[in-house]
Design a protein around this ligand. Sequence first.
Ligand code: GDP
Ligand code: IMO
Ligand code: MG
Length: 429
Amino acid sequence: MANVTVIGAQWGDEGKGKIIDWLSNRAEMVVRFQGGNNAGHTIVVGDKTYKLSLLPSGVIQGKRSIIGNGVVVDPWSLLDEIGRIAAAGLAITPDVLVLAENAVLVLPLHRELDALREDAASQKIGTTKRGIGPAYEDKVGRRAIRAIDLADPASLPGKIERLLAHHNVLRRGFGAPDVDADGLLAALNEIAPKIAPFIGSSWRELDAARIAGKRVLFEGAQAVLLDIDHGTYPFVTSSNTVAGQAAAGAGVSPRAIGTVLGIVKSYTTRVGEGPFPTELTDATGEKLGVRGHEFGTVTGRKRRCGWFDAVLVRQTCITGGVDGICLTKLDVLDGFDEINICTAYELDGKRFDYLPADANMQARLTPVYETLEGWQETTAGARSWAELPANAIKYVRRVEELIGAPVSLLSTSPDRDDTIMVSDPFVDR
Ligand code: GDP
Ligand code: IMO
Ligand code: MG
């Protein structure tokens, strides 16, 4: 039996949360390995809806859940989320949740800097303003405050001083006041005892799981097109979102990643700025958005919508390391007379079967479409292949062919149980 790593294979919001929740009853541990509370995962179980940002989606099934070292963690947001989930009837105790001691903290000054930059920029990224980028910058700049530092209050004033020496210079450039060092120290000391019970070691937990032969599910946030290296730079997030990051961001061997499942929406969406070759700004785009309820979980922003882009997904399966995909939201395509799939791009009389790396070129690409006949029957709630109309099956098969990866799972509604398993990603290939 292999482990499984789940990643997003488009621009995020593909339905990773739903699928990780569904898969987590086949695993004994669920591990987040990058990103932070910029992620927003909606999980629907019967009449209950859970919205998670930092907590691994395994918590819904009570699985031991690790926030790995690669995640940047806003501790106030984490406690809020634990409170919200507790109010919904799920107690998140240290028996369930472990926060890696070497994970970097997102502080109010990171959120503030994120917002100052976005508000001042003429070319905005459209970030979630959760401070994710600034926190990763401080990590790489070796001045970040980490979870373990909360356990050593005596060391905090020196660490804060070092951090503020950097941040106050930046803030003055925006005309913002210096950070109140005493206030930050007091806030960290106040929160420390509440976070302390969760602090542990990601790599040691996972090593013990390996020795005990436990199955682990690695949970990616964001998606390959938002990856800092492989995404549509600079309109990306500040972490690596590809499967390989699961090893570095959790402290395991690259061989422990197991089978990589890419989550792929049956059409394309994007929140925030940046190129989007198949974007539809017409009534069809509006229809996809309305039918798919395409509003961001984190910021409430309307998601941009467009046709399925096979060029992009073929590429992200390669750069992300995807073995097979889960195709979600097939039901949203019910009732269209015709459905387009992008199979190539054109630019200045040249044809591209990949996404050129240059951002200016990406913004000017024209999609080349193949048109498939739609289906009028409903796929919503289908739980087996046999329930799918012939044209829906043709669509799925054509997607597989064009992206060069097999469909392992299909999702036909937000509900956990409306999932079709074609092949079990946990079974060794
Ligand atoms: P994530 O960030 O990848 O976890 O995805 P989000 O939760 O942000 O967005 C996906 C949205 O689609 C959520 O509201 C899900 O409840 C919903 N969803 C997931 N799978 C399906 C599906 O197969 N059909 C429909 N109609 N909705 C789905
Ligand atoms: P999940 O896990 C969709 C986008 C933001 C912005 C860019 C950078 O729910 O799929 P950031 O705040 O990370 O610096 O913003 O990345 N973004 C997401 N888009 N889903 C997400 O997460 C995202 N997380 C970040 O909209 O364009
Ligand atoms: Mg989301």
